[in-house]
Design a protein around this ligand. Structure first.
Ligand code: PMP
Ligand code: GLN
Length: 396
């Protein structure tokens, strides 16, 4: 038999699926894969259910229902003062995952270079490679995760077509600062490059940090494709409704990619998401403050247990250094051990690296869970750690 696609044959199953399966097998509390354990707003869910029953279940328009595209444009204006044309500047996709692929398809030719920032979300690199482009990796270093400006500048060159920017960032919880965004904007202008902005956690920002879309910076509106996700904004991760906003000439190409990927996205979900995006500001503020409280519970608990947690200003995730616990093994071994032995699943942070010598003493915990669940997870970890308190090493 001839060899099938070599790139996909060489791509492993995503770490989120691996750890969720392991958590299920061991009955562990799943703080690995990022999904809330409570339902999203009932009025949105009800609107989706009603929309299924009113006989409008055939193909919606290719780029999305006008009602949702208008809601996306309105939200861009309300939250960021962005001026997006609802008809030509928005494309609805089946999740941000599809949006990322569609944006990369829209912009890349084989041989182009793409600047990616490590640690990086797991779909970016395989898609860049499948499109025949070359990745230039720039690494943020813990614990500060600050942008290494010289390294970023050095990654840009004549072949650079785009930068993929994830802010608020998974897994670090970093929200890029105005100064960092300004530096990035300068490089994009200097090298005549685009940015694909993965902003799925745009409304999940805490501790006084503010999410600023790169697109709002001077000269950037023409260069940026901005991606949002209803899954994250409405705590309905299984819905897979995403939206791309940008200049009409680029969005038209995103739509061509979408046409060849999924063509459309479930119409009932689109109508319900339109309702969600029109919710008052209080909804979005409460979403963030609720998550901040959950983060604080997990952060304080992990610190009490001896982990060195890193600051998380956004997203669902907190990164914890387990080296103070004197565990005998790397992050994959630690994540497996706590899943199997303590009954708490986490994600090894080295899974977010493609380059050599990734840090291997951090795990990512998701805090988008009910407080009682977070407390139960902390108790499980405390029980597992207790016997080690008097010895020098944890079982590896
Ligand atoms: N980007 C990042 C950084 C993510 O963490 C996720 C997680 N779901 C996605 C994209 C995908 O979003 P969606 O579920 O809407 O496809
Ligand atoms: N974005 C989610 C996370 O980082 C996972 C999504 C997925 O499982 N593909 O946990």
């Amino acid at each position: 038999m001839k060899q099938a696609n070599a790139l996909l044959a060489g791509t492993g199953t995503t770490i989120f699926t691996i750890m969720s399966a392991l958590a299920a097998r061991h009955g562990a509390i799943n703080l690995g894969q990022g999904f809330p354990d409570t339902e999203g707003p009932q009025d949105i869910v009800r609107a989706a259910a009603d929309a299924l029953l009113d006989n409008r279940n055939q193909y919606p328009p290719l780029t999305g229902l006008p009602v949702l595209k208008e809601a996306v444009a309105d939200a861009n204006r309300r939250f960021y003062g962005l001026n997006i044309d609802p008809a030509s500047g928005v494309c609805v996709t089946s999740g941000a995952t599809e949006a990322i692929t569609a944006c990369l398809m829209a912009l890349l030719n084989p041989g182009d270079e793409v600047v990616l920032i490590e640690p990086l979300y797991d779909t970016y690199l395989p898609v860049v490679r499948m499109l025949g482009a070359t990745a230039r990796l720039v690494r943020l270093e813990p614990p500060g995760w600050t942008l290494p400006r010289a390294a970023l500048a050095a990654a840009f060159g004549p072949k650079t077509k785009l930068l993929l920017l994830n802010s608020p960032m998974n897994p670090t919880g970093k929200v890029f600062t105005p100064e960092e965004l300004g530096f990035i904007a300068g490089l994009l202008a200097q090298h005549d490059a685009y940015a694909v902005c993965d902003e799925v956690y745009e409304h999940l920002v805490f501790s006084g940090a503010r999410h600023i879309p790169l697109m709002t910076l001077p000269g950037m509106a023409e260069r940026c494709l901005r991606i949002g996700s209803a899954g994250k904004t409405f705590s309905l991760t299984g819905w897979k409704v995403g939206y791309v906003s940008g200049p009409p000439d680029l969005v038209a190409l995103v739509a061509k990619a979408h046409q060849n990927l999924t063509f459309t996205t479930a119409p009932n979900l689109q109508r319900a998401v339109a309702l969600g995006l029109a919710k008052p500001d209080a909804y979005f503020a409460t979403l963030a403050s609720g998550l901040q409280a959950q983060r604080d519970v997990l952060d304080a608990g992990l610190r009490r247990l001896g982990f060195a947690t890193l600051p998380a200003q956004g997203s669902y995730f907190i990164t914890a250094d387990f080296s103070p616990l004197r565990f005998n093994g790397d992050d994959m071994e630690f994540a497996r051990a706590i899943t199997e032995q303590a009954g708490v699943a986490a994600i090894p942070v080295s899974a977010f690296y493609a380059g050599p010598a990734a840090p291997n003493h951090y795990v990512r915990f998701a805090f988008c869970k009910r407080q009682a669940v977070l407390e139960a997870a902390l108790q499980n970890l405390a029980r597992w750690l207790a016997p080690a308190a008097n010895s020098t090493e944890l079982p590896g």
